[in-house]
Design a binder for this molecule. Sequence first.
Ligand code: IMP
Length: 175
Amino acid sequence: MAERIVSLIDADTIAARVRELGKQIAEDYKGRNLVLVCVLKGSFVFTADLARAIESSTMRIEFLGVRSYGEGTSTSGVVQITQDLSRPIEGEDILIVEDIIDTGLTIAHLLDLFRTRKPASIKVCALLHKPARTRIEVPIDYLGFTIEDRFVIGYGLDWGEKYRNLESISVVESQ
Ligand code: IMP
């Protein structure tokens, strides 16, 4: 069966929302030690755009490698850290940047992990949320878009490691 890629949220809509989030975050973190934690790989595109939308001369950016999905589209429930932060985060204001919160298992695990490192504060910024699939409730402090229960690709999100480079957030439809 042939597959067709259909845009769900286009590049302009994403860019406008990311600018709004960046403005809000810059205001909220004025005068504080903000560290953006980009959760790899899925949020690399979102973090790159969000970071540039946050006006700050002191913000740091860190990268955390996480694997919670196999090659398919369903969660394994197992969260594996594949690359840790480069520096301690004690006393800093941590903002975890996630591509999508699906079951919530990954972000719940990361919050538990980071709390043990004694940051001054810890918050979550997610581009997408799929509330229909929630298994653990986690507070999302900054959210781009709420979406229905469909597997999405593009803007950093993959399907078997492919499609991360699509400009818009899209779905695959069978024809
Ligand atoms: P959770 O632990 O179920 O909340 O899943 C979090 C991770 O699963 C995300 O950071 C994504 O990498 C991946 N994921 C969840 N839903 C999707 C999707 O619709 N498309 C691509 N990746 C997804």
